[in-house]
Design a protein. Sequence first.
Length: 109
Amino acid sequence: MINRNSRGHSYFIVRGEISWIYERRTTAKAFAKDVFINQERKLGARRRSDTVLVSTINDADQGSADVALRTPPAPYEKSKSLGSGGSMVARLKLKGIDGRAPPGVEPAA
């Protein structure tokens, strides 16, 4: 049987013990809110860590040496350029890296 106390909080009696529904529900809501806030903080930290990239030597070779800092592409742009997986060899070939030594360079033994 569910009863209400003088403040309107619900409780019920099971085998002579009083169980407070209101307190349990409030605790569960607070826990869920804390979990949500922690997830948002982690996501925010992850976004902040990805905001600025420093251009590399490879970028300078392509004529973008005057660009010192740039923002990364959106996640969907990364997936378009690299595909949704595939082999490492295929990804390197798309970038122009085939693993062979340049002409005139003797491979290491």
